[in-house]
Every structure is written in C-alpha cells, then in structure tokens.
Design a protein around this ligand. Structure first.
Ligand code: ZN
Length: 335
C-alpha cells in the first residue's frame, strides 16, 4: 500500500494571519501527521508546477492574467474574501499541479491513493472568476486533465460550502460527476436540489443542501440512498474528494455536525466503490480539529483507522431532502 502526500513549503507563502484561510492551517496539519503512527509509511512528494496551457483548459485568459498581475506586486484582493500574495501565480499553479500529479500516480497505479495538502484552495473558483478564498480550481483542473485520457471522474465535495466553481465548470458534462452535500443557506448561495446540470450534463450534478444541525447520520443516509448508488452506476475510474474540514461540528465557518471520525468513514464508503481516491484540501478553520479530521481520512486511506474522542449531537431529520433529490435524479439514474 502506498499513500502519497503532496506538499510543499511554498504553500506557506500564501498567507494572511488575520484571514481564516491562512498558512497556519497547513502547519498544524503537518504537525498532526508527524505524530501519526503511520507517519513513516507515507510517501511525501513535491508538486510539479502546472503549465499555463493546462490552466487555460479550465480558466479564462482574463482571470489568469488578473491573478498573474496581482501576484507580481504583492498582497491585493480579488474580492472582499479572497487575497493574492506575491508569487501566488506560482503557488496556486503548484497547488493545482500537485493534485494532478498524484491523480496521475493513483490512476497509473504508482500509488494506491493520495492526499493533496495544498493551498490556496480551489472549489469556489469558477471558469472565469477567482472567489471564496480560491484562486484556481485545483480539483477541476486535475479532473479535466484526467478526463482527457478517457477516464470517468467523480468529484465528491464534503466541504460545508457548496463548490459552486466545480459545479459551474462541469455543469454541461457527463464525464465528470459532481456530488456535494453542504449547509444551506450558506456561502456562496448555490447548490439547490434543482441544480442538476444542463444538456448532456443533466443528472451529473447532484446537490444535497442540508440544514443547520444536520450531521453524520443525515450524511450517512444520503451516501447510502443517493450518492453511492449513483456512483456505482457511474463507475468512476478515480474519485477526487474536495476535503473541506469546515463541515466538522466545531468549525468557525460551519454549521454541520460531522465528527472528526466521520471524515474517515466517508473515505471508507467511497473505497467500497472505487479505491483510487485522491483528496484535496479545501476549507477547515478550527486549528484544534482540522489535523484530526485529516488523520481520520489518511488513516482510512492506509487501512489503519485512527479514532478520536469527539462526541456530537445532531439533527437527523433528512428524509424530505432525500425524497426531493430522488425525485430529481430518478429520471437519470435507477436508484
Ligand atoms: Zn468551505
């Protein structure tokens, strides 16, 4: 078994200490990994810089030039939430390049699975707009390149926020399936049940907007009744997981009630369908817990589960939402 971790100290250059998405997030996660019983078995790899050509495969030239220019003169803001630091044009391309690199390794069998410990995050970045702490869409760029090889990709988004950027990029496609559960109403306001794709992409975007207080019992039901039955029929060649640890019950920007242990449980459910899994870091802002959520996922990837004392109370009422999603999806999938 080989589990790769793609990481670079370069990712610490994207930093603003007064912003929740700061470099300290990676520092605490690396510290937690070093304490793990399986630390020495992990294979650490340095990321490759993503080519500008591949960046253009997903993002508009105008958006790319904007980030390139801002990163040449240092800290500036794309919008109220999203900062750009000096040399971020390289840092963000390293993040995307890292996800693609381990994606290829897992696809080719050089590794069994991988976690991309990369920043800045990606899932809010649309084809033509950086937003929501995200400059370029790391998972989408990797999925797009992998799909060019004729492979089918599931992007499973477990961040507390809806991945509007990823949805937007693949909305009209059926070779990349996008599944997301998220808190609603919440930033960025997208991810309604009725957002199911367009044209041939209809049925290949699946959204489960959950309520404040919903937690792992609700998500378990969703996995059992909607997400995994559809994934089995879709038969992905690889699964990319947008791992946002802000769906943990103590997150500062969250509202869902997942325990740290449940992050590994979700990997286990996905492994039952397709063990070729590449996680990529998205959100997660409670510095006391994000490292534990990460260890839960990596431990499960290595079939060496780690458990934490992390009790949580939740609202388990999710049946109406599941019924509404089923009504939308049964036109496209026999579930
Ligand atoms: Zn998030």
């Amino acid at each position: 078994m080989t589990t790769q971790i793609v990481y670079s100290k370069e990712f610490l250059k994207h930093d603003n200490a007064s912003h929740p998405e700061n470099a300290q997030r990676l520092v605490v996660m690396m510290n937690e990994i070093k304490k793990a019983p399986f630390y020495k078995e992990l294979e650490f790899v340095e990321p490759d810089l993503l080519s500008e050509e591949m960046l253009h495969g997903i993002h508009s030239d105008e958006m790319i030039q904007q980030i390139k220019e801002m990163s040449s003169y240092g800290e500036s803001w794309v919008d109220m939430d999203t900062y750009v630091c000096k040399s971020d044009y390289e840092t963000a391309r390293l993040a995307a390049g890292g996800v693609l690199q381990v994606g290829n390794d897992v696809l080719e069998g050089k590794a069994d699975n991988a976690f991309s410990l990369v920043r800045p995050p990606g899932h809010h970045a649309t084809g033509n707009r950086s937003m929501g702490f995200c400059l370029f869409n790391n998972a989408a760029i990797a999925a797009n390149e992998i799909s060019k090889k004729g492979k089918r990709v599931l992007i499973f988004d477990l961040d507390v926020h809806h991945g509007n950027g990823t949805q937007d990029i693949f909305y009209g496609r059926k070779d990349v399936l996008y599944q997301s559960f998220h808190l609603s109403p919440h930033y960025p306001g997208t991810g309604d049940i009725k957002e199911i794709g367009v044209g041939v992409g209809k049925g290949y975007t699946i959204n489960a907007p959950l309520s404040h207080g919903n937690g792992e019992v609700a998500v378990s039901k969703l996995l059992d009744e909607i997400f995994m039955p559809i994934t089995r029929k879709f038969k992905p060649d690889i699964i990319l997981v947008s791992s946002g640890f802000d769906s943990h019950h103590l997150d500062l920007l969250g509202g869902l009630k997942l325990s740290s242990n449940f992050f590994g449980e979700m990997i286990s459910r996905l492994q039952d369908v397709q063990p070729k899994i590449v996680c990529t870091l998205e959100g997660g802002y409670n510095l006391d817990w994000i490292g534990k959520c990460l260890l839960s996922q990596i431990g499960q990837m290595m079939y060496h589960p780690v458990k934490f004392d992390d009790p949580v109370r939740e609202d388990t009422d999710v049946e109406k939402i599941i019924e509404k999603i089923r009504n939308e999806m049964e036109k496209y999938w026999k579930i």
